[in-house]
Design a protein around this ligand. Structure first.
Ligand code: DMJ
Length: 670
């Protein structure tokens, strides 16, 4: 028999499986802990990281484990992106977003029709974007909060829908929603919701047949599709109001005149969108009234509303539009009752009163000299000379006014003295642009008989060449800069891109050939203003590099990086193609349309202006679709891609500065 020993006891104890496990495990844990403590901090971190990684990989390999987690994430963070519904690479969640912050999307090449993702704007932004008198500064019938709540509800509803096997919408970052174009049934229109009568039949003869030519048909159809998408947003969320706010799915008022609807009438007619046109006509007939106590801007109302009504009258022959145009024209007349006969900027069309802006008695030069085509046409149609008399008088006054610089005009004119003010600044951009455009176009409208207009136009183009045209250092791009008290500023507004088209139109009407050379060069520059941006869309203002070397030609300042869906470059591409038949102009236009679709198209309908053309990941939607996107930009795209040169022949029609075609008057017999 062996005396018990410590060792034996231990051996015995070891024979008990439970004791063995416990004691040995404890021993091992203690020694593991010692070893762990002996490791360096780096070694410990590495081991922990590897363990965490293994755990995550293990979890992810079990769909039954990840599914409920994914569902919860969709509801709580609104960040799930269903990649299977999006062409490869449209949106990916970005790794490494901060706590509590939904990941921002990472953009990769997208298909042409994929709507952008967007963050609903804040209330403050809405307010800042509003224009017009406070009484009209409504921003839709739903507050931002309600909009956001609605979006949240839609997300939740969609999530429930998915559980029932119905995949409709794609929920994206920060609560915004995107959806596959083909995925949803359109919601009922405003008319349908209110149980309105079906659209009235279109009265007049169908003068613009649908285009069926080969080759360009896809592009034409793409423009129609873009229009339908823009119109859908307007119809669903802004019907009868001035502008669509496509992100918040609401509307903004400027004058309260249905601006977008009226600006779009002739575009719909030209694109052959008969149903849409008929619905809009119905609204004009039943709802549009100018008998309202509202201050409107004379220029904007003339070019968009009066111009839109007159051109629609000409295209359709429907008297409704002429009657409305007459009513509006007579209500705008008080603007001309000033000491100088230079009109005030604002008119109250209900009260019959007019006034300048609150801070000055000046009017903007382009505004008082770019209403002539419309007022002259109104006189022509009504045989009432009062309209053309007041606007012709403005042109006579400006024609003989001292203070021009080789035909270039200052940006302001005083309504009391009739003199130029703020002299010394000369630009082809904002506040002066359409003065030059309307010199030529009035001359064309009037059958090329009014010599003073031609004289002023030719002199101005010489002034432009002498003082404002320069070339960039790196690639010798020709651009039109500005003159500020004899100092040249290499800055060009996108607005100036109307100029190549206007120059080409002049040459088509017999003006000097060298205007066409300048037009070709400027057209290239306007194209580069799009092409050199990461989104393929032009900034509002470009600065040009005059230094030779390897630097870029186009410089964009942070405050100028926005794009408002403006038409000028597309407008000029249309003229250049019509007159040269060089297909590169169509290709450039096609690239621009694709960029609009890629970065400004909004789910549910509409296109939005954006904040930053240099950031394709987050172009920063501004939540506004300007009426000129439908009135001008899409119309010029359509005309650019159309093979039918007789569609609004430039020998029969002259386009106002808002792209509304008005007839060229027959020349008087010589
Ligand atoms: C339009 O209202 C007109 O084209 C106007 O002449 C300039 N601004 C916008 C478009 O950019």
């Amino acid at each position: 028999m062996y005396p018990p020993s410590r060792k034996d006891f231990i051996s015995l104890t070891l024979s008990d499986p439970h004791s063995h496990n416990y004691n040995n495990g404890k021993h091992r844990r203690q020694s593991c802990w010692r070893k762990w403590k002996q490791l360096s901090r780096l070694q410990r971190s590495l081991i922990l990281f590897l363990l965490a990684l293994l755990l995550i990989l293990g979890l992810l390999s079990y769909p039954s484990i990840t599914k409920p987690w994914r569902g919860m994430s969709e509801k709580e963070a609104w960040m799930e992106v269903r990649l299977k519904n999006i062409p490869a690479g449209v949106v990916k969640p970005r790794l490494g977003a901060g706590a509590g912050e939904a990941p921002a999307p990472v953009a990769e090449p997208r298909g042409p029709n994929i709507p952008i993702l967007a963050k609903p704007p804040s209330k403050k932004k809405h307010f800042l974007n509003r224009r017009g008198p406070p009484s009209l500064q409504k921003s839709g019938n739903v507050s931002d909060t309600i909009v956001e709540e609605k979006q949240a509800q839609e997300v939740v509803q969609e999530d429930e829908g998915e559980q029932e096997g119905k995949e409709k919408k794609i929920v994206s970052w920060r609560g915004a929603m995107i959806e596959a174009d083909q995925a949803t049934e359109p919601p009922p229109s405003a008319n349908e919701k209110e149980g309105a009568a079906p659209p009235a039949p279109v009265n007049p003869a169908d003068t613009v047949p649908l285009e069926v030519s080969t080759g360009t048909i896809d592009r034409l159809e793409a423009v129609r599709e873009a229009f339908r998408h823009a119109w859908k947003g307007y119809k669903d969320y802004a019907w009868g109001h001035d502008e669509l706010k496509p992100i918040s799915k609401s509307f903004g008022e400027w004058f309260g005149l249905g601006l977008t609807l009226i600006d779009s009438l002739d575009t719909m007619w030209i694109l052959g969108l008969k149903e849409e046109f008929a619905e809009a006509r119905n609204w004009v007939e039943k709802e549009l009234t100018f008998d309202k106590n509202v201050d409107v801007n004379l220029f904007e109302t003339t070019i968009r509303v009066l111009g839109g009504l007159l051109s629609t009258y000409h295209l359709t022959g429907d008297d409704l539009f002429l009657e409305k145009a007459k009513d509006l024209g007579s209500r705008l007349m008080p603007a001309f009752k000033t000491p100088s006969k230079i009109p005030f900027s604002d008119v109250n069309i209900g009260k019959g009163t007019a006034h300048p802006p609150r801070w000055t008695s000046d009017s903007t030069l382009a505004e008082v000299t770019s209403i002539q085509l419309e007022f002259r046409e109104l006189s022509h149609l009504t045989q009432d000379p009062q309209y053309q008399e007041v606007v012709n008088e403005v042109m006579r006054l400006v024609h003989k006014l001292p203070g021009k610089h080789d035909g270039l005009v200052p940006m302001f004119i005083n309504t009391n003295s009739g003199q130029f003010t703020h002299k010394g600044i000369f630009t082809l951009g904002a506040r002066a642009d359409s003065y030059y455009e309307y010199l030529l176009k009035q001359w064309i409208q009037g059958g090329k008989t009014e010599e003073a207009l031609l004289e002023d136009y030719l002199q101005a183009i010489e002034g432009v060449k002498k003082h404002l045209v320069r070339e960039t250092g790196p690639s010798r791009l020709t651009f039109v800069g500005e003159l500020s008290h004899n100092r040249f500023n290499a800055k060009m507004d996108h607005l100036v891109c109307f100029l190549p088209g206007t120059l080409a139109l002049g040459v088509h009407n017999g003006l000097p050939e060298d205007h066409m050379e300048l037009a070709v060069q400027l057209m290239e520059t306007c194209h580069q203003m799009y092409k050199q941006m990461e989104t393929g869309l032009s900034p509002e203002i470009a600065h040009f590099n005059l230094q030779a070397g390897d630097g870029g030609d186009v410089v964009v300042k942070p405050a100028d990086r926005h794009n408002l869906l403006r038409p000028e470059t597309v407008e000029s591409l249309f003229y250049m193609y019509r007159f040269t038949k060089d297909s590169k102009y169509r290709d450039w236009g096609w690239e621009i349309l694709q960029s609009f679709n890629k970065y400004t198209k909004v789910s549910g309908g509409g296109y939005t202006s954006i904040n930053n053309v240099r950031d394709p990941v987050n172009p920063g939607p501004r939540d506004k679709m300007e009426s000129f996107f439908l009135g001008e930009t899409l119309k010029y795209f359509y005309l650019l891609f159309s093979d039918n040169s007789e569609l609004l022949s430039l020998d029969k029609y002259v386009f106002n500065t808002e792209a509304h075609p008005l007839p060229i008057w027959p020349s008087p017999p010589k």
